[in-house]
Design a protein around this ligand. Structure first.
Ligand SMILES: C[S@@+](CC[C@H](N)C(=O)[O-])C[C@H]1O[C@@H](n2cnc3c(N)ncnc32)[C@H](O)[C@@H]1O
Length: 309
């Protein structure tokens, strides 16, 4: 039985392609307008991601520039802010190859991906077999399917790799994980297809080097740890250390100097605040359900938002 499922996962994805006409929406309005008027479903992050910004999106929107040309997000992760803004023109990137492959497969092959996801089973031994597979031996659709399946069924729904770059989170034992959220995958696909959007697997430095005057760049890097034990910087096999934070601050300064509007999230630490002392810094409370006029008294301020404008 198990070997059959393994075959399904690694083997051919034959069969008719489903009708993908749902992606060719008969509208000319901006995607955001279609979502707001209820004509199409609103896309949401398709994976749970450490440091995901879902609960902060209202605050981020309040602090975003009122107009800009291209939206650039060089540490896109699960894309909570991207899916809340739905910009018509954007560049998104990340160093995690499985994540970026999944974005591209959702854009290009969502129906095949949905069929592949439906073949997975939420069973411990099957989970470990899928986890042990090396993604480079698989097709792009199978890789995206493996990545989403592992994210939905692993402990805490996180993506973490060991020093060899292997996914190492244990089985989550969830009773009914939502491994195939068809409606959302199609909603994400529709947006990725309609917007003028580039999806790139690369270091943030490369992405920002192409940003132009008038662009809005939002940085959500791995946070500088508040304490030695609070660190979660291992999204991919390279950690993001203090030296990387300094280089990032330099990139932020350069962008501001080139006439880009830059915004950054990070931890509320003296080290980070010093790096951005020339810019406007907003302290954000720990309970993340907040808006522009959040009541701050008595709350722990663990994050900051930095703005160059
Ligand atoms: C805090 S998470 C972003 C979370 C995202 N905003 C969300 O809502 O899910 C940081 C991301 O930076 C990526 N990353 C780490 N180092 C990077 C680098 N040097 N260049 C680009 N991306 C990097 C990680 O893979 C991770 O996805």
């Amino acid at each position: 039985m198990e070997s059959n499922n393994q075959e399904n996962l690694a083997g051919s994805l034959s069969g008719q392609d489903a009708d993908e006409s749902n992606l060719k929406l008969p509208y000319t309005q901006p995607h955001m307008e279609l979502v707001q008027t209820g004509k199409i479903p609103s896309p949401k992050p398709f994976v749970k991601w450490a440091g995901g910004k879902r609960q902060l999106v209202n605050l981020l929107r309040c602090h975003s520039p009122s107009s800009f040309n291209c939206y650039v997000e060089p540490f896109v992760g699960g894309g909570a802010f991207l899916f809340s803004m739905l910009p018509e023109k954007a560049v998104i990137s990340d160093v995690n190859p499985e994540l970026i492959n999944a974005y591209k497969v959702i854009r290009d092959d969502v129906e095949k991906l949905i069929r592949s996801l439906k073949r997975h089973r939420n069973e411990e031994s099957y989970f470990y077999k899928v986890r042990a597979k090396h993604p480079v031996t698989m097709s792009t659709v199978q890789r995206a399917s493996r990545f989403i399946f592992l994210n939905k069924t692993c402990f805490n729904g996180l993506y973490r790799e060991n020093s060899k770059g292997q996914f190492n989170v244990p089985f989550g034992r969830y009773v009914n994980p939502n491994t195939v959220d068809e409606e959302n995958l199609r909603a994400v696909s529709a947006y990725l297809n309609r917007a003028q959007l580039q999806i790139l697997h690369q270091d943030y430095q490369q992405t920002v080097s192409n940003a132009q005057k008038g662009d809005f760049v939002y940085f959500d890097p791995p946070y500088y740890p508040i304490s030695a034990t609070a660190s979660f910087t291992r999204y991919a096999k390279n950690d993001f250390n203090a030296r990387n934070q300094e280089e990032l601050a330099q990139a932020f300064h350069d962008l501001a100097g080139r006439g880009c509007q830059a915004m950054l999230s990070n931890s509320n630490t003296d080290f980070i605040k010093k790096l951005y002392r020339e810019f406007s810094i907003i302290e954000i409370e720990a309970t993340r359900f907040i808006n522009c006029k959040a009541e701050r008294r008595g709350k722990e301020l663990v994050e900051i938002l930095v703005k160059s404008y």
